[in-house]
Every structure is written in structure tokens, then in C-alpha cells.
Design a protein around this ligand. Structure first.
Ligand code: E4P
Length: 223
């Protein structure tokens, strides 16, 4: 199971990679635009924080396969390390996936809203497919149901493509996506931290410290 951080915010990436067992970072054009920075320079800063082995998923913007392939090649030249090219599941995107997959490029099919889109992307060579959970829920569809269906169909047809569930608004969506077998999730730092916080954990720790200090004072277990 993989945890990725869905942000280009350097402070959040530094904090998450320092504290937590993160596997990589995903960005999209909106996430990059929020930071309002030099694109490649910024991605290289992310790379230097997370190291060469952690995944970075970076999205192309072109509307034709030719443009997407050109952008992908530029990103591959400039970024390096464990890089996945994010390509939307449009017709041109699927053409670009076929080409790039044949050239040995790692691909994440993004903006997935149906299981059939995910299957075609898998057949075109995508390594990950990214179903958008919250955006589906927001149109009264069933985001987690879609994730589960994709997991089942990829397995039924023996694809090695993994599901990278994305677009989360809350912890419940993340939890439910994991329960239906998503191989990976990408989420922002707040949602990740909300998923591990519990008031009873905090009060238990406070009580342990108080009980210990009542007998041993400020000495810790290292004495
Ligand atoms: C994933 O790859 C997308 O960048 C992202 O999760 C979309 O999330 P949003 O719906 O919160 O914008």
C-alpha cells in the first residue's frame, strides 16, 4: 500500500517526508499554479527533498498526443529519478499513453471517473490509474464504488496496473477507498494527519507521562 502527498507545497512535503512513511508526491496543473513558482525548478526542489527513489507524478497539459509526448520527454530530461507522467484519459491522452509506454515511460492515467476509462488506460500501458473520489461524490456519483470496481476489474483481467485513488476531501473517503483495495492513495497533509490523530491516543499518552513522572520525576526510560 502506497501513500502519496497531493501537493507541491515544499514545507508540507518536508514535514510529511520527515515524519511519515511517504512513497511520493503527486501534482497537477492546479496544484502547481497555487504555488505560483518556476515549474521545473520547483519540481527539482521537491525531488531534492524526497530523494531519487520516491515517486513524483507530474501532469502534462497538451491537448494532442504529440504535445503530451513532447512535454513528457522534456520532463523526463529535466527531472529524472522515479518519475511518472500523468496523462488524462482523453482519446489523445490514451494515444500518448500507448506511445510512451512502448518507449518505457512510467505513466499515471489521471482524471479517471469510470471503470471503463481505467481499463482502457491499463490496456494502453498505464502503471497507475487515478480515480477522483471526491469529484465523483460531488456529482452524486459513488467515488469509492468506482475505486472498488476498478480494483476488481484490473484483477479480473490480470492487469498489473495499480489504483492510485485521488481527490479526497475527508478521511472517511480515504478509509473506504482502502477497504475496497486501492493500492495507493494520494492526499493532502491535513487529511493524512487527520487520518492518524485520535483524542484517546493523546489523552492516553498524557496519562502515561503523568503516572511515570509522579514516581520517577522528569527522568525518561533512558536512565
Ligand atoms: C490527483 O492526481 C489529483 O491531482 C488530485 O487528487 C485532484 O484532487 P482535487 O479533486 O482535490 O483537486
Amino acid at each position: 500500500m502506497l501513500y502519496l502527498l497531493d501537493t507541491a507545497n515544499l514545507a508540507n512535503i518536508e514535514k510529511a517526508f520527515d515524519l511519515y512513511p511517504m512513497d511520493g508526491v503527486t501534482t497537477n496543473p492546479t496544484i502547481i499554479a497555487k504555488e505560483n513558482i518556476d515549474f521545473i525548478e520547483h519540481i527539482l526542489k521537491i525531488r531534492s527533498i524526497i530523494g531519487q527513489d520516491a515517486m513524483i507524478h507530474v501532469q502534462v497539459l497538451g491537448s494532442t498526443a504529440v504535445e503530451m509526448i513532447e512535454e513528457a520527454n522534456n520532463l523526463l530530461d529535466k527531472i529524472g529519478g522515479n518519475l511518472y507522467i500523468k496523462i488524462p484519459v482523453t482519446s489523445q491522452g490514451i494515444k500518448a499513453m500507448k506511445h510512451l509506454h512502448n518507449a518505457g515511460v512510467k505513466i499515471t492515467a489521471t482524471a479517471v471517473f469510470t471503470a471503463l476509462q481505467a481499463l482502457v488506460a491499463a490496456k494502453a500501458g498505464a502503471d497507475f490509474v487515478a480515480p477522483y473520489v471526491n469529484r465523483s461524490d460531488n456529482i452524486s456519483s459513488d467515488g469509492v464504488g468506482m475505486v472498488g470496481e476498478i480494483v476488481d476489474l484490473l484483477k479480473a483481467y490480470n492487469f498489473t496496473t495499480k489504483v492510485l485513488a485521488a481527490s479526497f476531501m475527508n478521511v472517511q473517503q480515504v478509509h473506504a477507498s482502502m477497504k475496497v483495495g486501492s493500492h495507493a492513495v494520494t492526499l493532502n497533509l491535513d487529511t493524512f494527519e487527520n487520518s492518524i490523530r485520535h483524542p484517546l491516543t493523546d489523552s492516553s499518552v498524557d496519562q502515561f507521562v503523568k503516572d511515570w513522572e509522579d514516581i520517577y520525576g522528569k527522568d525518561k526510560t533512558t536512565f
